[in-house]
Design a protein around this ligand. Structure first.
Ligand code: HEC
Ligand code: HEC
Length: 346
């Protein structure tokens, strides 16, 4: 026991010394590693800045820190849980004081590839986005000055921010940018499907999964497109006749054509991210497929893709096709991402 801890401490000291000694090099190496890590099967990212290691680690710490909330009870990770690809397993997850909004907390993954965020595309910038949850009274209920005062009173944070951004009081720009360096680094691209398309070890799909893939390409990829499994557009997929509780994109654009249109979510990790849709109305993927097969309701902005030539709505799927689709969707699960120690609470 004692020897083990001595050896551990020695190892740690050595590691720390080495880390300091090599910090310049490591920084450069981390940068190039992150560039090289861009998945070959993805299109070009929208958000170009490459996270630097120091800022990423700082962002990670902030992401898991409940003290950022007004009453110290809620962190980003309270709603965005790593085990479920940073989505919430609850339909609507509570913010400070148990208050609840109206949307399901989605997976946080591959955000560098998005032009807009949220189900209605309100935020356009990954770096200013954290302002929304930090100050939303239903989420973390804080104000920027109060968060900055807390951080500036904490010598550990002051030191860490100085290492990432240079000396001086911590600013709101630094806080938001650090959080964005963590969220930008949440890249999920090592599912079995990814290994299959990149011809990597372990990348085999069964005949059933391959039939599911072909079905998805034929019936779903006009919206769930590319290897990101979304075209980042807003569509009405037939959930409601009039969208009384949440009308989606129209709240941002005020265009009647956008009523009931919501961001097409990625299907990556969807076997883990129940419940589904902007309001978390479906508890299982089987229910989602049943919706596409026979649950759609009509409205003026329903996506034309979901109108069949015979006047019926939806995407007809036999029981066998549904099993094949489900089998394929499960190949998009990236367990390495959901368990990566480097993305877990520090
Ligand atoms: C109380 C729960 C809650 C907390 C706390 C929370 N979020 Fe969220 N988050 C959500 C919900 C709900 C959405 C979807 C909002 C929408 O679509 O309108 C979301 C969406 C997002 C998105 C956009 C994802 C996308 O693909 O569009 C990002 C990024 C994000 N949150 C980051 C954060 C960060 C960073 C924090 C901490 C500063 C945080 N969240 C705290 C519930 C939460
Ligand atoms: C016309 C565009 C369109 C087509 C075609 C389409 N979807 Fe969707 N899909 C959407 C939109 C938009 C949402 C999100 C709606 C919301 O948030 O309320 C969605 C949501 C989903 C979700 C829930 C994801 C989540 O995280 O909540 C799954 C799963 C899904 N679709 C699977 C499929 C499958 C399988 C097919 C083919 C059988 C398909 N979709 C066809 C537009 C489409």
């Amino acid at each position: 026991m004692r020897w083990a801890s001595v050896a551990c401490a020695a190892g740690l000291l050595l590691a720390l010394g080495l880390a300091r000694y090599c910090s310049k090099r490591a920084d450069a190496a981390a940068r190039s590693a992150l560039v090289a890590a861009l998945p070959r099967n993805f299109p070009a990212p929208v958000y170009a800045p490459v996270p630097a290691r120091e800022a990423f680690e700082l962002g990670r710490q902030l992401f898991y820190d409940r003290r950022l909330a007004h009453d110290g009870t809620v962190s980003c990770a309270s709603c965005h849980r790593q085990a479920t690809a940073f989505a919430s397993p609850e339909r609507i997850s509570p913010g400070v004081g148990g208050r609840r909004g109206r949307r399901n907390a989605p997976a946080l993954q591959n955000l560098r590839w998005k032009h807009t965020f949220f189900a209605d595309g309100g935020p356009k910038n990954l770096e200013t986005l954290p302002l929304a949850p930090l100050t939303n009274p239903l989420e973390m209920g804080a104000t920027l000055p109060s968060v900055l005062a807390k951080l500036n009173a904490d010598p550990v944070y002051v030191r860490q921010f100085a290492r990432a951004y240079g000396p001086g009081p911590i600013t709101s720009y630094q806080l938001l940018r650090a959080l964005a360096q963590f969220t930008a680094a949440l890249i999920s691209a090592s599912s079995r499907y990814d290994r299959y398309v990149r011809h990597e070890a372990g990348g085999t799909l069964t005949a059933q999964e391959l039939r599911g893939r072909a079905l998805l390409q034929r019936k779903c990829s006009s919206c769930h497109a590319t290897d990101l499994f979304t075209d980042d557009s807003f569509r009405n997929n037939g959930l409601s006749r009039s969208f009384p509780l949440d009308s989606g994109r129209v709240a941002i654009t005020f265009l009647p054509a956008d009523r009931g249109r919501f961001k097409v979510p990625s299907l990556r990790n969807c076997a883990l991210t129940a419940p589904y849709m902007h309001d978390g109305r479906f508890a299982t993927l089987a229910q989602v497929l049943a919706h596409y097969d026979h649950g759609l309701v009509d409205s003026p902005t329903l996506d034309p893709v979901l109108r069949q030539p015979n006047g019926r709505l939806g995407i007809p799927l036999t029981a066998k096709e549904q099993r094949e689709l489900l089998a394929f969707l499960r190949t998009l699960t990236d367990s390495a991402f959901c368990r990566a120690p480097g993305l877990a609470a520090p």
